[in-house]
Design a protein around this ligand. Sequence first.
Ligand SMILES: C[S@@+](CC[C@H](N)C(=O)[O-])C[C@H]1O[C@@H](n2cnc3c(N)ncnc32)[C@H](O)[C@@H]1O
Length: 458
Amino acid sequence: MTKAALEMKRPVMQLPGLVRDPACGAGALLLPALREHLAASATIDPRLVLNRLPSVIEGIDSDPAAVWVANVVLAAEMLPTLARIPEAHRRPLPALAHVGDGLAPDRAPARAILMNPPYGRVRLSEADRARFAKSLYGHANLYGMFMAVGAESLDANGVLSALVPTSFTAGRYFEPLRVYLTSQLRLESVAFVADRSGVFTSVLQETCLATLTRRRVRKVAVRAIGSAVEEVATIASPTGGNPWILPRRSDLAPVAAAAAKLPNTLSSVGWKVSTGPLVWNRRKDDLFARPANGRHQIVWAADIDGGAVHRDVRRASTRYLALHSERDRHVMLLTTPVVLVQRTTAPEQTKRLVVAELTEEDLARVSGGVVVENHVNIIRPVGDEQMLSRRLLTRILSTPTLDKLVRCISGSVALSAYELESITLPDAETLKAWEMLSDEELERAVAPTYGLQEQPAK
Ligand SMILES: C[S@@+](CC[C@H](N)C(=O)[O-])C[C@H]1O[C@@H](n2cnc3c(N)ncnc32)[C@H](O)[C@@H]1O
C-alpha cells in the first residue's frame, strides 16, 4: 500500500527517500523495503549503496534488545551487497536501527513512515499534553500520538502507513486527530483486517492498515484482509472530525458512499445521545426482584430487543433499583419518552442496531420513571423543535438499511453514543414526507436514500 501511495509502479525499485519506522521492534516492516532497495541497486557500486543506506532506512525503538535484533536482521540482508566489495575495502555494515523515542520531535523529514506503533492509553505530562493539544481530546492513546508525530515528520511528498486499531476512524477521543490528519494528508487506502485469528493474539480491537498521503487524492480504496485481500470499494476520501463512514464489506459500499453525502446527522435534527446512567455492579446492594417504595424499574439491554420495551425474564432478579436521595433520583430516573438503542450486541445477533421506543404508555405503567442501565444508549430530544418525531426516528433506526450504515461507522459490536449521534439523515423535507409512510413504505423509501436498490413491494 505504501509503494502504491508513493507511486512506485515497478515491482522492484530503489527507495525514493527516507523510510522510517518510529517503533520498529525487530525491524519486520523495514526488512521488505530494504530487501527491495538492495535488489534494485544490484548494478550500482556496492560501497555507495551501503554508505547511502542510512539515508533511506531508519528504525527507532525504545527497546535496546529489539534494536539489537533489528540491526542483526537488517545487516544480514546487506551481506550479499557486502560480498560484492573486495575484502580489503569492506567496512562495518551500517546500523540502521537505533535506540530512541519514536515520539521525539524534529526528526529529519521522511518520505514514508511505516509503523505498527504501541497501543494503549497513557497519562501525559503537562508539556506533552500541550505539545499534542492539536490532536488530542480526553484520553491519550499512544498509537494516535504516533500517527500525529508521523504526519508532521513527512516531507512534501510523504506517505504515512500505520497498522493500528480502527478506533481512530470513528471514536470520539480521536476527533481532533481526524481533523489534524486530514488537514495535511488524505486517506488513500485502508484495509480492514477481517480475519484476525492467528494474526493478533492479545489485541481485541478491530484493526486496519491505513495509508495517508500528502497528495490531494479524492478517493480512498477500501479492502478487507481475510484469507485473501478483497477489494471492497473506492469511495470519497473522508475529511474532518466526524466519524469516517467506511464499508467493511462490498455490499455496504453503496450505503457508505450515499450516507456520507447526506446533509444531516442525528444531532443536527435535534436529538442527542447519552449512555444509561446505571452501572449495575456499582449498585449490587440496591438491586431487587420485587417493587417497593423508593424502588424503580430498570430497563436492561435485554429488555429492548424485538422492537418494544419489555421485561426480559433473565433479569427478573434484578428488576428494580432502590434510589436513596434526591440527587440519586435526579441522576438515575428517566421520566420522559425516548428512543433506546443497545450499546453492544453479541456477535451472533443478526442486527447491530437494536432499537425500541420508550413511550408515554410504557412510562404510565411505572411510577416515577425508569432507570436505564449503561449498556443502553438513550436518544432524547434537545429543545422543542425536532426535524423528525420520536416514532419516525425509531422506525428509521429499525430499518435494515440503517443497520448497514452503523456497520460502516463501527466495525465492532459496540456502538457508542458519539458514533450513534453521527448517523447521517436526509433533509428536513424528506424526513417530513417519511412521517406519513407505513413501515413497509418507509423501508422502500429509506433504502434508495442510502444508496441501496429500492426494495420490491412485498
Ligand atoms: C507493536 S510493536 C511493533 C514492532 C514492529 N514494528 C513489528 O511490526 O514487528 C511496538 C514497538 O514499539 C516500541 N515502543 C514503545 N514505545 C516506544 C517509543 N516511545 N518509542 C519508540 N518505540 C517504542 C516497543 O518496544 C515495540 O517494539
